[in-house]
Each structure stands twice: as C-alpha cells, then as structure tokens.
Design a protein around this ligand. Structure first.
Ligand code: NAD
Length: 499
C-alpha cells in the first residue's frame, strides 16, 4: 500500500515555505487553503526533497466541495446546457491543457518521477484527448429509439447522474483523472476529484484551466488529502454523492465499495493487475521483444496493465531471455527530467520500501539484476526472474515496479491455465502469427482487455476495466455513458388507441 494507514496519516504543518509553490484546493471556483491552515509536502522522488507544498484537506474541505458540487448541479447551468454547448467549453479546456502541457508534464514528473518524455509525450496529449473524446461522444452519440407494434415508441434519455466523486492513483496522475472527470463533465455532472497524495499538483493546475475555459464554479472541484480517516473517506461516505469512480489498489477498492454500498451509490472500480504476456514460438520476435520491454518498464513498471508475467513457449525461451535482457540493459536509468531517461525512480519512499521488500527476497539462482547508474532517488534496479516459483509473491502479487518474471510453457492449454490462475484479470498480451489461435486464446482468458501483437493501444469507445480482483464495471464510450448518467426510458404514444 502506498497510502498511509489511519495510524500514520501525516498531520502536516501550518508553517509554509516561501521558496516552494503553494498548491490549494479548488472549491466552488476558488483556489483555497485548508481551514486548519495545514499543508503537506510533495516530495520529488529523484531528489527526495520537497518541491511543492499542498493544502492538507480534511472532512471540512471534502464537505465544502461536495456542497459546492451539489449546488452547481441542483441550481447551476452546467447540467442544463445542451451537450453541444458543454462540448465547446470542454474543447477550449483541452486546448488550454495542450498549451500548458510543459507545466502539467513537469508537475507529474516532479511529483512521482515519471520520465518527462512519457509525461510530456504521452500523458498530456492523452489527457487532452480524453476531454475531447468524451465531449464529442456525449454530443454526437445516438441513443436508441424502439418503435413498438402497439403504436408507441420508446426512447432512452441519458440524464446527468449528479455529483460524482473521483478518486485517483498516482501512477498516471492527470491522465487517469481526466479519464474520470472528462465523461462526468461531458454528460453534465459536477465533480469532486481527490488526486493521490503523492501526485497532487497537476489536478489543481487542471482545475484552474477548467475555470479559465469557462466551466462554471462548483462544477469541477479538487480536494487534496489522504484516504482513510481523511478526505477520501469523507468523500466516499458523503450521502450527497451520486456516483463514485475509483482507480487504485484492489484492497482500497474493497473499502470504497463498502462505503458506496451503505449509501447505495453506484461505484466503478478500476483496480490492480498482474498482466500476462504470452509469446508463442511463431511470434514475430522483434515485435514481441519491443512491446514486452515497453509493457514492463514504461513508468518504471508502475502501470496497472504492466506485462509483469511473461510466458514464453519453450523453444523460444533461450533466445527471448537473451534478447529481452540485452534490450532491458540498454535502457537509460536516471533523472526523470532528462529527456534521455527511460526508467526513473519509484514514486515515493513508501512505495520504494514496498518494492524493495520483493526485491530482497528474489532467490539468487532466479534473478538477473541489471546494472544501471542509480542516483540519489528512490531507484531499484530493473530485474528479470527466469522460471520463478509458481506460487512465489513475484509471480502472483502486483509489485508495481520494474521486476518481471519469464516462465516457459509447453502448450496452449497449459498457458491459458497459468494466465487464468491469478487473483487478477485486468489484461493480457498475445504474440503469435497464428490468428486462429489468437482468437481462440483471447476468448479463453478471463481478463478485461487482450492485446494481440501489440500493447497499450486504446480506442476510447471500447470497454476498459478488469475481471476478478481487477475491478467492477467498465468505463469508455457508451460504458462511461451508462455509469455517469441516469438512463431513463420514455414511452410515447404515437397512435391514439381506437375507442
Ligand atoms: P491506492 O489504492 O493506494 O490509492 C488510490 C487513491 O485512493 C488515492 O487517492 C488514495 O488517497 C485513495 N484512498 C486510499 N484509501 C482510501 C479510503 N479508505 N477511502 C477513500 N480513498 C482512499 O492506489 P495507488 O497506490 O495510488 O495506485 C496504484 C494502484 O492503482 C495499483 O494497484 C494499480 O494497479 C492501480 N491502478 C489501476 C488502474 C486500472 O485502470 N485498473 C489504473 C492505474 C492504477
């Protein structure tokens, strides 16, 4: 867990440091500090030094933000505008995100250590795209009309659901926040976002830009703080909330599902994973190596979808391991602000301690720890474990770091069994030139997404989510529409009955 437990939530401090930027909550259109006056530091994981100070919210700010969102929903213009009018404003917001791309990217890089080429090159454009896509989707997607034999027709309205609480993790801060906030806003809801305590800054920047774009006060609120006994818990237990969308660890998902069930609030849970990556002997090996490297080492392995369990058909194992290891060794480990860096530090001291725990228990006979110049930050060396014990923690648990296992397999049935023998079911990758087999295996895997001969490619209309401990529900396209609206059937009499 990267989140502090109730017992060790930092109390923050009331003294601020003039040399560091001060990041507030955004509540009802204003950037405000906490009533307590307390702030907490955001620590740069490369320098291990504070680089910004963040307003430390409590149930007070959580309550104020929900009340503002409630007012904006019950009385304000946003839910009453046409989807087309909202679309124009949201596109302006996306323009501003692109214009402020450097600032947003550097905020995520300094908050959690993501290499700048990834935050600038991927996360900023994806964030803008999420807003553009859902604005267009809400304005342009047709709804079903059902002509009935009885002389009636039925159509579906997708009315906004109300106040949405969005709780986000730290691994793709602005991008995953936009994945929730964009459909919520596009469908006319109002939002309270709680970013992760390890990556708070970009959320405030985005909410400032939303106001500049013309999104009315109270529609998009941001409250900073921790989870248990703090802002997260106060938001998820607030009875004035209509939807909760959460991305984070499976254990936290269970706690949030309990809070949501008490108030009978629909909840969408995007949780942890242990992505399986299956390389058949007939695979295009260059392509398989290229994606397999990206699948585990992007964002230093801190990706829910990370391909952390590789299965290679036995005839290919030796060549795959040699080439995969060489490609991994060539990756540049270093300062995430340097455009040459491909692997940065882990996101925080707490997460470093967790990942180191796994690292320290790798049997010497199994692990290859790659060299790489490791600097002052929270680095662990990228590590490859060949033929892990099937029941080891490395093979079964989500580590969320640059550690990957490679397991030989002998038959299609065996590998399907191994992939499915996991508490998680978020995603899998298949590398094969045999398309019949690709379709067959894709159908047999209990996961939310299967990539064939590729990875990370997304069509935002497609369902996204996980099976088993990887989540409840799906988001994306019409799946987001179902969640962020109150679908309503309207039955119209077209032909008066004969009397
Ligand atoms: P986390 O569960 O520790 O925290 C996520 C958020 O929940 C944070 O904002 C935290 O403050 C808040 N929170 C914690 N306890 C809470 C509580 N009791 N009530 C309300 N809010 C609470 O997760 P993390 O470490 O930030 O993120 C990493 C995890 O997220 C990994 O498991 C990863 O697989 C998962 N993840 C999943 C997806 C997906 O789409 N399925 C995407 C990205 C990350």
């Amino acid at each position: 867990m990267t989140t502090p437990t109730t017992a060790n939530i930092p109390a923050g401090t009331t003294s601020t440091d003039d040399s560091l930027p001060l990041i507030g909550h955004i509540i009802d259109g204003e950037e405000v500090q906490s009533e307590s006056g307390r702030v907490f530091p955001s620590i740069d994981p490369y320098t291990r030094q504070p680089w910004a100070q963040i307003a430390l919210g409590t149930s007070v700010e959580a309550g104020l933000a929900v009340a503002a969102a409630r007012r904006a929903f019950d009385e304000g213009p946003w839910p009453r505008m046409s989807a087309g009018a909202r679309r124009k404003i949201i596109h302006r917001f996306a323009d501003l995100i692109e214009e402020h791309g450097d600032e947003l990217a550097m905020a995520d890089t300094r908050d959690m250590g993501k290499p700048i080429t990834q935050s600038r090159g991927n996360d900023v454009p994806r964030t803008a795209l999420n807003f553009r896509f859902f604005a267009d989707h809400a304005a342009l997607t047709p709804a079903e009309v059902l002509p009935m034999d009885s002389g009636h027709h039925t159509y579906t309205r997708f009315d906004p659901a109300g106040v949405v609480v969005a709780i986000a993790p730290w691994n793709f801060p602005m991008m995953l926040e936009s994945w929730k906030v964009a459909p919520a806003l596009a469908w006319g809801n109002t939002v309270v976002l709680k970013p992760a305590e390890d990556s708070p800054v970009s959320a405030t920047i985005m909410a400032r830009l939303a106001l500049e774009a013309g999104i009315p006060p109270g529609v998009f609120n941001v409250v900073h703080g921790y989870g248990p006994d703090s802002v997260g818990e106060a938001l998820t237990s607030n009875p004035d909330v209509d939807r909760i969308t959460f991305t984070g660890e499976s254990g936290t998902g269970r706690i949030i599902a309990r809070a949501a069930s008490y108030n009978l609030v629909p909840v969408s849970l995007e949780l942890g994973g242990k992505g399986a990556n299956v390389v058949f002997a007939d695979a295009d090996l260059d392509n398989a190596i290229d994606w397999s490297i990206r699948a585990i080492f992007t964002n230093t392995g801190q990706v829910c979808l990370a391909g952390s369990r590789i299965y290679v058909e036995r005839p290919l194992v030796e060549e795959f391991v040699a080439r995969f290891t060489a490609a991994a060794e060539a990756m540049v480990v270093g300062d995430p602000k340097d455009p040459a860096t491909q692997i940065g530090p882990l996101s925080s001291g707490v997460h470093y301690t967790k990942v180191r725990g796994y690292f320290d228990t790798i049997a010497d006979s199994h692990g290859t720890r790659l060299s790489g110049e490791l600097r002052d930050g929270w680095f662990v060396t990228p590590t490859i474990i060949v033929e892990p014990d099937r029941d080891s923690a490395h093979q079964r648990e989500e580590i969320f770091g640059p550690i990957v296992t490679i397991t030989p397999f002998d038959s299609e049935d065996d590998v399907i069994g191994e992939v499915n023998d996991s508490p998680y079911g978020l995603n899998a990758m298949l590398f094969t030139e045999n398309l019949t087999r690709a379709h067959r295996v894709a159908g047999a895997l209990v996961v939310g997404t299967v990539w064939v001969n590729c990875f990370f490619i997304r069509d935002l209309r497609a369902p996204f989510g996980g099976a088993k401990a990887s989540g409840v529900g799906r988001e994306g396209g019409n799946f987001s529409r179902e969640f962020f609206t109150e679908p309503k059937a309207v039955v119209m009499q077209m032909v008066p009955p004969a009397h």
